[in-house]
Design a protein around this ligand. Structure first.
Ligand code: PMP
Length: 430
């Protein structure tokens, strides 16, 4: 009996071994096929014609933060979303074979010749999902970050006459890049004219940033009636930062993957533009500036935006695949820690917390601005940026945003390590 059972087991075992071996062989053959098909190697694995696949490691980015190191929260570098994307695996991965994306052109004969149709499709799909902007009747344009689109919009809105440069304004505190980028090339077409609240000229371009960088305020144009020319910067009009209250429908609206999904390194932004002529001028600017926009980046961004939409529309993973829910949870946790630390300190204050009904999550939620706009109430501290630097915290001072040096802007989007060191240091300041 035992012998019979034993020999039966051997037969079954041998049978299983056969199945395992055949599956393994099939997998090896598949790997070889993929390697030859997409990477062109012979696959022999030795010096006789076999080629190693050269991999290029991405850079590590920023130095690691330790409890003693300087913590740099000057830039809004959105690395906090890495934890979400680490879990998505292949759903947000693309492979681009060497023979693809070689042409300059993406859509010859289309409205914007350098716009990848797949990217445009995912942009429209994402806005329909979130409900934060109207897309029907709008031209979609792509740029190397929304920073390039901002410059394209300034060019498109400035009259090409020999007159004085067009004034560019925004209410203080305004995003510190606006004056820097506007004046960088000393253009004869437009010039930075400061705080929109005190502007008294006849015509201007107003930059409306909402939620506002640096203070998180929800904004509407303040001088629309005078100029009629506004650029709406909606880098942060996403549900992790603010309740979505309406599908915005302004003339020029700028968005960026940097702050939406956290992929700042992909350097991709998009604009929704109502007027055909304005859109054509913006396209001309990008054509002369960089001869279009990286197709590789557009394909990657399309995959990423598609993964965000799939996470809500088709994924079975529940909360784990919902970017905005994950990101909002992270932001809420950080803001509750920060508010508790500031309340416990005698020397700092923050803008009041705002809340509203969000049409996307379908409940009343608070805002979680991407930056903390910190004010120091301590006697004698007029340069808060310098004061925090002495404590090895790098921030951006109020003067760069058109207000006084008692304010600083602190990024809320950095790694957990950097944020936690910031919290510990803040609690120790008296
Ligand atoms: N607008 C605002 C308000 C921003 O804060 C930023 C990034 N800090 C940008 C635009 C630029 O974004 P991008 O990375 O797409 O150039």
């Amino acid at each position: 009996m035992a012998g019979k059972e034993g020999s039966g087991m051997v037969v079954r075992y041998a049978g299983r071994l056969g199945v395992v071996a055949s599956v393994a062989l099939n997998l090896a053959a598949l790997a070889l096929y993929i390697r030859r098909r997409f990477f062109g190697g012979s696959g022999s694995g030795d010096g006789g014609g076999g080629r190693e696949i050269a991999t290029v490691e991405p850079s590590k980015g920023k130095p690691l933060v330790t409890p003693d190191s300087v913590v740099n929260l000057d830039h809004g570098d959105p690395t906090m979303y890495e934890a979400f994307w680490r879990e998505t695996g292949d759903r947000a991965t693309i492979v681009i074979p060497g023979c693809q994306t070689m042409s300059y052109f993406s859509d010859v004969g289309g409205f914007c010749w350098f716009l990848e149709p797949g990217f445009e499709r995912e942009v429209r799909r994402l806005h329909r999902l979130v409900g934060n902007a109207v897309v029907d009747g709008y031209h979609v344009l792509v740029g190397t970050g929304s920073t390039q689109l901002f410059q394209a919009a300034l060019y498109a809105l400035s009259p090409a006459t020999d007159g004085a440069p067009m004034s560019v304004v925004s209410p203080a505190p305004y995003y510190s890049s606006y004056p820097a980028v506007t004046n960088f090339l000393n253009s004869g077409l437009y010039r930075w004219a400061g705080d929109a609240n005190t502007f008294d000229g006849d015509t201007c371009i107003e930059l409306v940033c909402s939620p506002n960088n640096p203070d998180g305020g929800i904004r509407k144009a303040v001088i629309e009636s005078k100029s009629g020319k506004a650029i709406h910067d909606f880098a942060y009009y996403w549900p992790q930062y603010t309740p979505i209250t309406e599908a915005a429908g302004h003339d020029i609206m700028l968005f960026t993957v940097s702050k939406c999904t956290g992929h700042a390194g992909t350097r991709l932004g998009w604009a929704l533009v109502k007027d055909r002529e304005v859109a054509q001028k913006m396209i001309k600017f990008i054509e002369l500036n960089t001869i279009g926009v990286s197709k590789d980046s557009q394909l990657r961004a399309a995959k990423i935006l598609g993964a965000v939409c799939d996470g809500y529309e088709t994924s079975l993973d529940g909360e784990a695949s919902r970017l905005f829910h994950f990101a909002r949870q992270q932001m809420m946790e950080r803001w509750s820690k920060l508010r508790a630390a500031v309340a416990a300190s005698d020397i700092f204050t923050l803008p009041n917390e705002l809340s509203n009904y969000c049409t996307f999550v379908k409940e009343t939620i608070t805002t979680n601005p991407p930056f903390a706009w910190l004010r120091c109430e301590k006697e004698g501290v007029k340069d808060l940026e310098g004061f925090l630097r002495e404590h090895k915290i790098i921030t951006r001072g109020g003067t760069k945003f058109g207000v006084d040096g008692r304010f600083v802007r602190v990024s809320m989007l950095d790694t957990d390590e950097a944020f936690n060191v910031f919290m510990d240091r803040l609690a120790s300041l008296k």
